[in-house]
Design a protein around this ligand. Sequence first.
Ligand code: HMG
Ligand code: MG
Length: 312
Amino acid sequence: MNDPLADVPPAVTIVEVGPRDGLQNEARTVPLEAKVRLIEDLAEAGLKVIEAGAFVSPRWVPQMADSVEVLRTIRRRPGVRYPVLVPNARGLEAALAVGVDEIAVFAAASESFSQKNINCSIAGSLERFAPVMERAKAEGVRVRGYVSCVVGCPYEGVIAPSAVAGVAGRLHAMGCYEVSLGDTVGVGTPRKVAEMVRAVAGEVPVAALAIHAHDTYGQALANVLTCLEMGIGTVDSSVAGLGGCPYAPGASGNLATEDVVYMLEGMGVATGVDLGALVATARVIGSLLDRGSRGRAHAVVSPRQSIVLEAP
Ligand code: HMG
Ligand code: MG
């Protein structure tokens, strides 16, 4: 029998979204020092891409209101990227002022979600991003693109793969070096995700795609593995499984970074992340939020689990 995992890349880039996608949804305000410590600890644990904040309207997402201070305060490690979310020209100017070298623009495959999340249509959002992307390019700032609701939408239900492919293709054509496919409500299952990725791959090279899974029905790892088998080499995840989206009712946390690192390292796929240090970081932020972690790889720091992890 052929190896069913033959196409999984030998190394995977993890985009840690906890300090942004995770904390944006917390009812409890997380103090600046705790955000800074979280980001610095994640870098110490080996994460090379850490989404550090969002330069969005504080009226829309109050939890990200101190992103300027966060970006000013963190010690930036050489070799680590710290992208931030930017919805418009104003957000970009604020990001440039604090020396951000990578931003992410965010669109949706669902009209209703686009309206609820950024108060404009999908076409309107792409129009809004065009000058942002031009200016970012002129400043040497890399731009990542998100497409939300790639499988389902809390307001519209099922989303057609062709709709996702259309938006992803536009973002890539506009200059996004990578497009992250967000199953924002976590309703995807492997075959649906595969159909969606196949459609998107007709518009965007697979090497320029990332998968961003939420774990609402415990499907996130299965969906990620499906994408890896299709050649995707970048996975978004959130320490301690923090997150959800303030404009996606019912969305539970993002895939926990501990869990995806456990799976990948266990398969011999390099992530560059120290699982023990990551679990310790998850514990700190989980206890600050008074609810621990949604990740399942927690016992890994116990001697028994370490043996399991290190077994051939
Ligand atoms: P709007 O109300 O249509 O625009 O919001 P506006 O221009 O009228 O601005 C409203 C207020 O925000 C004004 O202030 C502006 O000055 C201010 P006021 O006069 O009321 O005091 N404002 C800003 N302030 C700071 N930074 C800015 C900025 N822009 C305007 N950049 C807008 C439109 C896009 C601004 C708003 O809808 C917004 O900020 N939305 C962000 C929503 C958000 O961040 N959602 C979560 C991220 S998406 C997500 O989580 C999904 C993802 O993770 C993928 C997945 O999980 O699948 C990416
Ligand atoms: Mg998310």
